[in-house]
Design a protein around this ligand. Sequence first.
Ligand SMILES: C[S@@+](CC[C@H](N)C(=O)[O-])C[C@H]1O[C@@H](n2cnc3c(N)ncnc32)[C@H](O)[C@@H]1O
Length: 233
Amino acid sequence: MTLGPTTTATQAYGEASYWDNRYAQDDGPFDWYQKYPSLAPLLRLYTSLLHRVLVVGCGNSAFSEGMVDDGYGDVVNIDISSVVIEAMQKKYSNRPQLKYSQMDVCDMSAFQTGSFDTVIDKGTLDSLLCGNNSRINAAKMLEEVGRVLKDKGVYILITYGAPIYRLHLLRESWPWTIKLHVIDKLLPGESSGQQKWELTSPIPLDDDGNSLEAAIGKNPDVHFIYVCIKDDS
Ligand SMILES: C[S@@+](CC[C@H](N)C(=O)[O-])C[C@H]1O[C@@H](n2cnc3c(N)ncnc32)[C@H](O)[C@@H]1O
């Protein structure tokens, strides 16, 4: 499923009511873009099983369940939709490693500054960027993500957005050290084939995107993963 300029009525992705309606009709699980097993090697590179992890805009994805099955012990999940949060609280009532709370990612004042080692975002910044006041909301979200992370904490953003559409937003928000990884998009039913680029090797990153094109070609059919390490300077 795509999220972005080619999708109809993309503005709705910025509205809580859209997500409530959607989750009332679909109890999932459904994972946008990529499932946990394909991204697990990258997570293991930047995170530890002992990390306190926050998944923002979790939806009814099985990603966090996959993390806990792999040994992560503390995975906190938030979403703007109370419908999906109630469903996930019920589903995982017997898994204390998984916590679910209804919360707006632009206002996470319920969390203290520096409370997480890792924040994972798969499709949530993308959703905000589809809605009204997108730039303001994206800036608020990134400010909050940086705030709740510890120094040297890691924000992992999985998105369809190429560097020319995402890097300036990230760089404006915090003095991160940013690494870029890519993973092939998979069509439904397709199994992983020959990757254009090794997932765990960062792509050289310059300002204009030329290094990306040189590495994997023009208009690659990939999802982008920005690993943003919070600078403590
Ligand atoms: C594209 S879906 C991605 C869901 C899930 N992360 C995945 O990968 O399958 C975007 C999610 O962000 C949530 N969302 C949208 N705006 C939000 C906000 N302001 N605060 C928290 N969650 C939000 C939606 O309810 C939805 O579950």
